[in-house]
Design a protein around this ligand. Structure first.
Ligand code: CO
Length: 140
């Protein structure tokens, strides 16, 4: 069911410092920062040929990653995002097998404008998994 890894998201306490660090230490190609107020994050992408790492810091009041940063003040891995071709089908299959979809269980629009859902970390070895519907051609 799952396709490529689209991104691995890492919460950081200071996005500009982290972006410079990944660029200068690892020689990584790092995108310009983007603020996504409706998602409560500011992000950069660390690009590589077969996927990307998304560094994110909280933005604004009530950011969904503010609590995570309190528990992990130096930052840490937040979720893995897999691509799927049909998110409604993926959700139905997973729920039928007993997996829990976070929130009200509905599909939402994610940070890249595509439909996403999140699966409960307790169902996947302590790891938050995001599924993102990616149509052919968008996939990389
Ligand atoms: Co994500």
């Amino acid at each position: 069911m799952i396709g490529n890894i689209n991104h691995i998201a890492i919460v950081v306490p200071d996005l500009d410092a982290a972006a410079a660090h990944w660029r200068d230490m690892l020689g990584a190609e790092v995108s310009q920062a983007q603020t996504l107020p409706e998602h409560g994050v500011r992000i950069v992408f660390v690009r590589s040929a077969n996927g990307q790492v998304e560094l994110m810091e909280p933005f604004g009041e009530g950011s969904p990653i503010a609590e995570f940063l309190k528990r992990h003040p130096d930052g840490g891995m937040h979720h893995i995002c897999y691509e799927v071709a049909n998110i409604d089908q993926a959700r139905a299959t997973l729920e039928a097998k007993g997996a829990r979809v976070l929130g009200d269980g509905g599909v939402k629009t994610g940070a890249h404008g595509n439909s996403v859902l999140f699966l409960h970390p307790k169902d996947f070895n302590g790891t938050l998994i995001e599924l993102e519907q990616v149509t052919e051609g968008e996939a990389h």
